[in-house]
Design a protein around this ligand. Structure first.
Ligand code: MSP
Length: 509
């Protein structure tokens, strides 16, 4: 058994979650569930990033204390993940004592290693992204945030620096020696060229901000919010405490699952900190694209914002599976997906017309022609080969797709199999064969192959279709509870299994 540790970014609890947060979290959940089903010792972490300027400003706008704002929206995030049946094993808030104490220990160690020194910062800051921006980048974007378009703010203050530049050669070496450290491939090249262009030491404390974790070596300063936030990935595992068994068991993390806008923090600042702490860097940082909406950048002022109301409306109309399937296959993984009525309907119709339809047809035929019992196959024909090959190839192809974080394929492979099986039913016309007693053996084979195809597709879709895949499997006479994917996928559904009556998995809209 191997272990699998996966994390989402920890979100700013300054407003309600929206499609972006839901996308990251749902896709991470699919990965976590796949690994649990595969039998891996899995740990899935999410949480909220509660310090920093952005929290202070939003709180002031709402006439709240930062902690009141954080309490309110951390609760909203936590409840939403339950509502969406996200299977996280822990939820960490950066205002929790367990996090704050461990972060202070981290700072102590960075300092003891000689990696912190006092200096002064003068330059630009992007308060929406909580990011220092170089003069060149600031100028290139007209002194506005490249992400939010809001004006950058000029900072001039004393600060502690982290010796980031010291770790750049080691980092470059690590990235070059580990092709899968950054996924997808294109993003990796981005990081390499930016690193080669030169990196300065990082300002890691704020003397003008009160809302944060005080530096143990200089309590007049609070820690830069990103250093505080990135640390969650180890503080949640008990780093720096008497009980760090989880850290021993799960570190290094297998996947930090993030959006492309926060790649630099995760592939540069974070590994450099880990080097300084004497810990291994993440095995892999996986960056997804940014969701557009109806073909345009998603924005509150643009009227195309996919907020919680819209998400809840979608889930209550189409169900949770439909949302999850849509998110998984919405783009070639890494590219920018687009939320549109058309795309959503198209993806939902695949569940109805391809998967649901195959299950329904298969069960109906087995019930009508074979008294509800899956027949043993007789000799197979050339026309059977493509579907049989797809069934045989699925376990390997699926494992590779998950291993490569090709999420769209994880969703598409089983659906392609179901599509092929539907075509196979059309081509072999079992309803005609059923009228001819001389064709009984042929019909047995076809029915068996259909049952195997829909069985394999449903098994493979379990991490995505968390509500209805099991229902479909039960209609096929199998309860997958307690069995690993490895034990089920690749083994056929035994002939003689009694199937249920077909009930549509997904209603037609
Ligand atoms: N707090 C930091 C992360 C710290 S992790 C140590 C942060 N939080 S966030 O709430 O602003 O955003 C978190 C995630 O939401 C990011 O992965 C970001 O890419 C994602 N998204 C925000 N808008 C998005 C879209 N429109 N589409 C897809 N994901 C987007 O950053």
């Amino acid at each position: 058994m191997s272990k699998y540790y996966i994390t989402t970014p920890i979100y700013y609890p300054n407003a309600e979650p929206h499609l972006g947060h839901i996308y990251t979290t749902v896709v991470s959940d699919i990965l976590a569930r796949y690994h649990r089903l595969a039998g891996d010792d899995t740990f899935f972490l999410t949480g909220t990033d509660e310090h920093g300027t952005k929290m202070v400003k939003t709180a002031a706008e709402n006439r709240l204390e930062p902690i009141a704002l954080a309490d309110r929206f951390a609760g909203v995030f936590r409840d939403l993940w339950q509502e969406l049946k996200i299977s996280n094993d822990d939820f960490i808030r950066t205002t929790e004592p367990r996090h704050k104490a461990a972060v202070q220990e981290i700072v102590r160690r960075l300092h003891a290693n000689g990696d912190l020194y006092l200096g002064a910062y003068e330059g630009w800051y992007d308060e929406g992204q909580e990011e220092f921006v170089t003069e060149t980048d600031a100028k290139a974007h007209n002194f506005k945030s490249a992400i939010t378009d809001k004006p950058l703010v000029r900072y001039r203050e004393a600060t502690w620096y982290f010796r980031l530049s010291k770790y750049v050669p080691r980092l470059l070496q690590h990235i070059e020696a580990n092709p899968h450290f950054i996924r997808p491939e294109g993003r990796r090249n981005e990081v390499i060229s930016k690193l080669k262009a030169g990196v300065e030491d990082l300002s890691v404390s704020r003397a003008t901000l009160k809302w944060g974790i005080p530096l143990p070596n200089d309590p007049e300063h609070v820690l830069y919010v990103w250093i505080d936030a990135l640390s969650n990935y180890i503080t949640a595992l008990g780093y720096g405490t008497a009980d760090d068994t989880r850290l021993q068991r799960y570190w290094p993390v297998d996947a930090h699952f993030i959006g492309k806008d926060i790649l630099w923090f995760h592939t540069v600042y974070w590994p450099a900190m880990l080097f300084s702490l004497g810990l291994q860097p993440p095995c892999c940082v996986v960056a997804h694209g940014w969701f557009k909406s109806e073909g345009r950048k998603m924005g509150k002022s643009l009227g195309n914002f996919i907020d919680l109301v819209k998400i809840r409306g979608t889930v209550s109309k189409y169900g949770l599976d439909a949302l999850r399937y849509f998110l998984a296959q919405a783009a070639v993984f890494g590219d920018d997906p687009d939320w549109s009525e058309t795309n959503f309907t198209k993806s939902y119709n695949e569940l109805v017309n391809v998967l649901g339809n195959l299950l329904n047809r298969t069960l109906k035929m087995i019930n009508n022609y074979r008294g509800g019992v899956i027949p043993a196959p007789a000799a197979s024909d050339a026309v059977d080969a493509p579907v049989l090959e797809k069934i045989a190839a699925l376990p390997g192809a699926l494992a590779r797709a998950y291993e490569n974080y090709a999420l769209h394929q994880c969703a598409a492979l089983p659906i392609e199999l179901a599509r092929a099986a539907n075509g196979y039913i059309d081509a072999t016309a079992p309803f005609k064969l059923a009228k001819d007693p001389a064709q009984a053996a042929r019909l047995d084979t076809i029915l068996n192959i259909c049952a195997q195809a829909v069985y394999a597709a449903l098994l493979a879709l379990q991490p995505i279709l968390i509500e209805r895949a099991v229902l479909g499997l039960k209609q096929l006479g199998v309860d997958p509870a307690g069995k690993t994917l490895g034990r089920l996928l690749g083994q056929s559904l035994p002939a003689g299994t009694k199937v249920g009556q077909g009930q549509p998995l997904y209603p037609r809209m």
